[in-house]
Design a protein around this ligand. Structure first.
Ligand SMILES: Nc1ncnc2c1ncn2[C@@H]1O[C@H](COP(=O)(O)OP(=O)(O)OP(=O)(O)O)[C@@H](O)[C@H]1O
Ligand SMILES: [Mg+2]
Length: 236
């Protein structure tokens, strides 16, 4: 079953057409990656899915309901949760407060408490730093916190915008190991990445975005072997 079906999506900033008619599908339990160069429109697509930008045209079906143009808090309430580019943790709030904010829409206090425990078990370094300001964490720890905060909302579709950006190679490995773990647990993920080789390895399906258009899509393993992809994104 498809969780997300985007069709004919156009997004513009004034006269800048950032997204020029894309179709993209994410099935339940899949990891789908969207790869593309700087300025291709990746973040614009994720922000549109979260309701932060209103599309100019197109349909965004989530569980059969068109969410295009819906308010961000309503979209979040349906279970589409974004981990933004550059982490965007609240630097002055503690790690614990950042995590708690992830569950602001969740009414079930018991479930929230359980999720909090599960997340701390998965991220021992966050547990050690629960009372410290998030701004004091390393980049990798902030990324873990941003992902933990999103998981507090029990997402039905997790949107990850360049989770490995700016991190040291060992930390990048940890981030991708976490994505693989979430996938194994059945989380549905749309992953935007510039680290194409790692993204293609963890993903089931891949889309290549160039200047607002999808130029190639298919099973990730197949996309990873495409000569044009190898030349442009895999350093071949
Ligand atoms: N707020 C904005 N106002 C005007 N133009 C914007 C705005 N945000 C993005 N753009 C433009 O829209 C296009 C797509 O940008 P977007 O941030 O979606 O790309 P991206 O694929 O996420 O790039 P990156 O890999 O650098 O994060 C670019 O041409 C960019 O300059
Ligand atoms: Mg971006």
């Amino acid at each position: 079953m498809s969780t997300l079906t985007i069709s004919g999506l156009h997004v513009a900033y004034g006269r800048t057409e950032a997204v020029r008619g894309i179709d993209l599908t994410v099935a339940e339990g899949q990891v789908v990656t969207l790869i593309g160069a700087n300025g291709a429109g990746k973040t614009t697509i994720l922000r549109t899915l979260s309701g932060l930008i209103r599309p100019r045209a197109g349909q965004i079906l989530f569980d059969g309901r068109d969410v295009a143009g819906m308010a961000p808090h309503l979209i979040a309430g349906l279970g589409i949760v974004q981990v933004p580019e550059g982490r965007q943790v609240f630097a002055d709030l503690t790690v614990g407060e950042n995590l708690a904010l992830g569950a602001w829409l969740v009414r079930d206090a018991r479930a929230t408490q359980q999720r909090h425990e599960t997340i701390l078990a998965r991220f021992p370094r966050l547990r050690e730093r629960l009372g410290q300001p998030a701004g004091a964490l390393s980049g990798g720890e902030q990324q873990m916190l941003a992902m933990g905060r999103a998981l507090m909302a029990a997402p039905r579709l997790l949107l990850l915008d360049e989770p490995s950006m700016g991190l040291a190679p060992l930390v990048v490995e940890e981030i991708f190991a976490l994505i693989a773990e979430l996938k194994a647990a059945g989380t549905t993920i749309l992953l935007v990445e510039q680290n194409a080789s790692a993204a293609l390895e963890v993903a089931d399906v891949a889309y290549v975005l160039e200047v607002g258009r999808i130029t190639l899509s298919g099973p990730a393993a197949q996309v990873a072997r495409n000569p044009a992809v190898v030349a442009a994104y895999l350093g071949g």
